[in-house]
Design a protein around this ligand. Structure first.
Ligand code: C2E
Ligand code: CA
Ligand code: CA
Length: 472
């Protein structure tokens, strides 16, 4: 018994030791697995770079250092230019290879402690801890240079540029704020022609916010009748009779008063709101024409309403139906409506434009090219398009009276229009002399402040009822 006690102790101790070693080994494995798991959770599997979570963590560490007095971090956000098209043409495998190469090249252009991550798709972000803006910009340009050489894809090689946005962190920034502002800068760089580095500019942010506010308010304005149409006379130059009018939209803003179309039409066009706005203009103008027809004082059968149509309308499959329905509802003949289209709207000349124009022509509405000569000034398309009128841009009339040779030039334009079998309308007539000069060279119709400014419905109705005739 006595002799057996130490022996038992030894075996117990060694068993405990063994157990301990086993537990330790298990713990190590567990730690390793946890570490792997954590590493995977922070790694982008395709490129081996960090991912969004990794970026978030590194950013928090960098901001914590900033709070203790360090220089704030900078963020570079990068998109591969034209990546979607590349992916479609080269295929998925090649696209992955491109991303891996881009990742390696970015990594090679920065320092060890800079955090390179892929956020998804072709979007990469590089966090540069404690880096002032000028140095971050230099790093950005180094990345752009590293991406310059062609990427070898086996059977071919491609060049792929990138757009870069740079934003240095402010103390109040969270990672989402920083990403958003770097993204804004990157978008700017894309619009400025790609393969560039652009630094975040607070003015851009302000403009964006203002735009967003305008869009919201404009949407509301269309629905709640804040838009109004003003009407400007179009006059037959030989007789001085008002033969029609152009409907020009204004926004009667509850806080800012009357806003002119130049201030909100481009926003409406850029955001797709133009379709809704255009439908409102169409319905209101056609309804107004019906009212003038029903009023004995303004009844005039060959009087036509002109409305401005934007490029987006021609791209809408519903547009032709909308026009037909609006006219049918008010029992108006199609020729009492003339659609004004700018050269730039028509010149796209894609299938859909051609289809819409041909359908409108078949419907029987008048089609007029607006601002003729302001942009492309290509006379060739005048004959090819199914239009029947041309409104000559006001810049041509403006010079009339100052330069004696100008009248000969206008006569030549008038001759081209006539020889294409079209009618000319001259806009921007501000004086009696200009009206007379244009009449003398055989121009048919005119529009401008001399005959009348755009007026609200009530005042224009009075002008029409008086049918004021200008000296011919
Ligand atoms: P636009 O179609 O060229 O319209 C003529 C513009 O010239 C109008 O400006 C009008 O007030 C102005 N104007 C008329 N006569 C004279 C003149 O003798 N001298 C001078 N200097 N200007 C004259 P407004 O109303 O500010 O419209 C500006 C532009 O906004 C229009 O140019 C048109 O492109 C667009 N717009 C207006 N209403 C609509 C609309 O309902 N839909 C669309 N898509 N665009 C519209
Ligand atoms: Ca117009
Ligand atoms: Ca015009």
């Amino acid at each position: 018994m006595r002799g057996s006690k130490p022996h038992r102790l030894i075996t117990v101790d060694s068993r405990i030791e063994k157990l301990e070693r086993h537990v330790q080994a298990l713990m190590k494995e567990l730690h390793q697995a946890r570490y792997e798991q954590r590493r995977e959770a922070f790694t982008d599997t395709l490129t081996g770079l960090g991912n969004r979570q990794a970026l978030g963590n590194s950013f928090m560490e960098a901001q914590a250092a900033t709070a203790k007095g360090a220089v704030p971090p900078a963020l570079l956000l990068l998109n591969v230019d034209g990546f979607k098209a590349l992916k479609n043409s080269a295929g998925h495998a090649a696209a992955d290879q491109i991303l891996v190469t881009v990742a390696m090249r970015i990594r090679s252009a920065v320092r060890e402690n800079d955090v390179v991550t892929r956020l998804g798709g072709d979007e990469f972000a590089v966090l540069l801890p404690a880096t002032p803006q000028s140095r971050a910009a230099a790093v950005g340009n180094r990345i752009l240079a590293a991406l310059e050489p062609n990427i070898d894809l086996g059977n071919n090689s491609i060049r792929c540029g990138a757009s870069l946005g740079l934003r240095t962190a402010e103390p109040h920034h969270g990672i989402e704020d920083l990403l958003q502002e770097a993204d804004l800068a990157m978008e700017e760089s894309k619009t400025e022609g790609r393969n560039k580095l652009k630094v975040f500019d607070p003015a851009t942010l302000h403009a964006r916010q203002l735009r967003r506010q305008i869009v919201g308010e404009l949407r509301e304005a269309i629905r709640s009748d804040q838009l109004v149409l003003f009407y400007q006379p179009i006059v037959e130059l030989s007789t001085g009779r008002i033969e029609g009018c152009e409907a020009l939209v204004r926004w009667n803003h509850p806080a800012h008063g009357l806003i002119m179309p130049d201030q909100f039409i481009p926003v409406a066009e850029a955001t797709g709101l133009i379709a809704e706005l255009g439908r409102w203009v169409l319905r209101t103008a056609v309804g107004q024409l019906r009212q003038w027809r029903d009023n004995p004082a303004t009844k005039q059968h060959d009087f036509s309403m002109r409305i401005n149509v934007s490029a987006a309308d021609l791209q809408s499959l519903d547009f032709v139906d909308d026009v037909g329905e609006a006219l049918a509802e008010e029992s108006l003949a199609p020729e009492s409506l003339v659609l004004e289209l700018t050269e730039s709207a028509i010149i796209h000349n894609n299938e859909l434009d051609r289809y819409t124009l041909a359908s409108l022509h078949r419907l029987g509405v008048g089609l007029e090219i607006d601002d003729f000569g302001a942009g492309y000034s290509s006379m060739g398309y005048l004959r090819k398009l199914p239009v029947d009128r041309v409104k000559v841009d006001r810049q041509f009339v403006k010079d009339l009276g100052q330069d004696p040779s100008q009248l000969g030039f206008l006569a030549a334009i008038q001759e081209v229009i006539r020889s294409c079998g079209l009618e000319g309308v001259w806009e921007g007539i501000e004086t009696a002399e200009q009206a007379e000069a244009l009449r003398s060279i055989g121009c048919a119709s005119g529009q401008g402040y001399y005959f009348g400014r755009p007026l609200p419905e009530v005042e224009f109705t009075e002008q029409l009822a008086r049918q004021m005739v200008w000296p011919a």
